[in-house]
Write a new protein. Structure first.
Lengths: 128, 538
């Protein structure tokens, strides 16, 4: 039995991946990943386009002075930098804590299964 | 001696000399060539040539991404836009930064885990190899070509600005020299050499901008408000408020929304950016790459805010517009004002190095896409003789290099600034929808991918061809005729939703279901990194 090559289409070992996909740890990993990145992606896109539309259509509001020569528009623009840096930092800490350990666990399970199948030669077990 | 240096000379005691610029640029080329030669020793396999043996660390690759991304348009263009149009130039730079969150959250790690060398590796993982690879290679080559042409045209413009060469022959010669050096970098150094060029260039660019930023701030008592006040005194209070550039008419406002869409969604679909994720050993390093890139790019755009307003305050919009190179001369003029000919020489050399590095990155991406996706996977059906794929890639590099030189000479003096925006629009309309669908939507089908890629690419090109940037206005590329019917200069607001829509319609209308087993494999691999190629051992 050949181990599937990246992108080479179907191979007999494949049903194994469907099992992994439905396994509890993988479902948990996928949920943790998507429930974090999707809302965050939508949130930063909304915030960015809110800013763009304000800068594009609400000139008077954006030109309101706050202190010295600093106006609302400049503060909101710098705010985009701050939120970008903050989201980056937040995502990295989340991924390090919540995603990486789980992904590593599932991967090592898969790699062990792969090694077992290789060792068993032609008729490896497809289950974990 | 050109008008700008004469003007500068009357304002200052020292005179900027092209020879200093050329010498410093020559030193950069010499140093990078040595680095490229040293890096080229282990360029044997495709993984070495295309992906630098996947041996770079996250911070190294992040710096290289910044080097790839911060093109001359970012540095000279944004500084100039802020100096002349004030707030609207700053507004423009923000889209370039925020866009990286799309790459960080949705694309970088999953791409690294699923693919080997190119964008098409990911897209064709569970879809039909042949047609999807050809489509992905087509959009990749289109984006690279538009971007490349814009950079080479920029090189011609920089020559007249920085070296005082005004005649057509001299400029063509410099474009040819830039192209030839680039070919050597990519041919000899492969991805490893190219990456080191990007890293060195990014370090020089960011360091140069940092020094000038501190200098400008020091002149204004390290107080941003004082600097803004000085800029407003010279350029009028309007420079502090939005609207000078994009707020003129309802159409120009809508045009900016269209541009903002393309900027924020295009970055994560730029093929030369995507390819950089394969030069690191793991998805974790790919994540670190993006984090480093975001910090470096973000800091750089904060510097350009200070530099732009600094140029507006110290030089003034009128002198900048009158100088050869117009808007693009703001940063070099500021460098001359601050540090005389030596700082001007350094900044000029950095600007040239920027073009060289970006062009090299684009060329290796285009060559990899052609030889890996079209030659090895489609023409040879994955059975190319060992070594032949890299040989084809090297031949492609030379062909693309020559095309870039000819194109760069051909478009000289023409207004092709829209090409960068077009490259982003194509990346956002043709590449990003397919990437996101194939990573996150189980049902996504081959037909959806093809419709989305060809539809996004085609609509972006057709709309730009019939837009005011090509014909019908005083600044259009083609003068004397008017065949435009699309009112905006940026096609994104139409072509990006169309790309997403076509991908969805194509998928729900196709009867053939893709293999669910391969879809499961792709999903497991993309999230866990199982089976992803690690660093090669040497």
């Amino acid at each position: 039995m050949s181990i599937n090559d990246p992108g080479s289409g179907a191979s007999p070992a494949i049903s194994h991946f469907e099992e992994v996909e439905q396994s509890e740890p993988f479902v948990r990993l996928k949920r943790r990943h998507r429930s974090f990145v999707f809302p965050l992606a939508i949130a930063f896109l909304l915030w960015y386009f809110a800013y763009v539309l304000l800068a594009d259509y609400a000139h008077d509001f954006m030109s309101t002075p706050v202190f010295g020569n600093i106006n609302v528009g400049l503060l909101m623009g710098l705010g985009q930098f701050v939120t970008t840096f903050a989201i980056t930092t937040w995502y990295v800490s989340y991924a390090n804590r919540r995603l990486d350990p789980l992904a590593t666990e599932i991967r090592s399970g898969l790699d062990d299964g792969l090694a077992a199948r290789n060792a068993a030669g032609t008729n490896g077990e497809a289950t974990r | 001696m050109n008008a700008w240096i004469t003007t500068a000379a009357t304002e200052s005691t020292t005179v900027g000399t092209p020879w200093i610029n050329i010498t410093i640029f020559g030193a950069f080329v010499a140093v990078t060539l040595i680095v490229v030669l040293r890096a080229s020793r282990n360029n044997k396999t495709a993984a070495d040539y295309y992906a630098a043996g996947r041996s770079f660390t996250g911070p190294q690759n992040g710096t290289a991404i910044a080097g790839d991304y911060l093109s001359a348009a970012s540095f000279l263009g944004i500084c100039g836009a802020i100096a002349i149009n004030g707030y609207d130039g700053f507004l423009y730079s923000i889209g370039f930064l925020v866009a990286w969150l799309v790459a960080l959250l949705l694309v970088a790690e999953l791409m690294r885990n699923t693919g080997k060398f190119t964008m098409a590796d990911v897209l064709s993982f569970r879809l039909k190899q042949g047609p999807v690879r050809v489509a992905a290679a087509t959009t990749t080559l289109a984006v690279c070509f538009f971007y490349l042409l814009a950079q080479m045209a920029g090189a011609g413009g920089l020559v007249s600005l920085l070296l005082g060469i005004d005649d057509k022959l001299g400029q063509s010669l410099v474009v040819a020299v830039v192209g030839a050096i680039m070919i050597i970098y990519v041919l000899v150094g492969g991805m490893k050499g190219t990456t080191w060029v990007q890293i060195i260039k990014a370090a020089l660019l960011i360091a140069g901008a940092f020094v000038m930023t501190v200098w400008v701030l020091a002149l204004h008592g390290f107080n941003l408000s004082t600097l803004l006040g000085a800029a407003a005194d010279t350029g009028g209070a309007a420079v502090l408020n939005p609207g000078l550039q994009y707020g003129l008419t309802d159409l120009s406002r809508l045009d900016f929304v269209s541009l903002a869409l393309a900027l924020v969604l295009g970055t994560a679909g730029l093929p030369h950016v995507l390819m950089r994720f394969y030069t690191v050993p793991t998805a974790r390093e790919a994540r670190r790459s993006v984090v480093w890139a975001i910090w470096l790019i973000g800091l750089f755009y904060l510097f350009t805010l200070v530099l732009g307003y600094g140029a507006g305050a110290l030089i003034g919009a009128d002198r900048i517009k009158a100088a050869p190179g117009g808007v693009n001369s703001a940063a070099p003029l500021l460098a001359f004002e601050l540090g005389g000919p030596v700082l001007l020489g350094i900044i000029s050399a950095v600007a040239f190095a920027t073009i060289l590095a970006v062009v090299a990155g684009l060329t290796i991406t285009a060559a990899a896409s052609f030889s890996h996706d079209v030659y090895a996977s489609v023409i040879k059906k994955g059975k190319a003789a060992p070594g032949s794929e890299v040989r084809v890639a090297r031949i492609t590099v030379v062909v693309i290099g020559i095309l870039a030189i000819l194109g760069g000479i051909g478009v000289q003096g023409q207004n092709v600034a829209f090409l960068v925006a077009l490259a982003f629009a194509v990346a956002a309309s043709a590449n990003l929808p397919t990437i996101l669908y194939s990573l996150f939507w189980r049902r996504f089908s081959t037909r959806g991918a093809l419709w989305s890629m060809y539809g996004g690419l085609g609509s972006a090109i057709i709309l730009i061809a019939f837009s005011p940037v090509v014909s019908g206005t005083e600044t259009s590329m083609i003068q004397g005729v008017d065949f435009h019917w699309f009112p905006l200069s940026n096609p994104g607001i139409v072509s990006i939703p169309l790309g997403f829509l076509l991908g969805w319609v194509g998928t729900i209308s196709s009867r053939t279901l893709e293999n669910p087993a391969v879809a499961a494999e792709m999903e497991v691999r993309s999230l866990t990194g199982h089976g992803a190629e690690g660093a090669t051992e040497h």
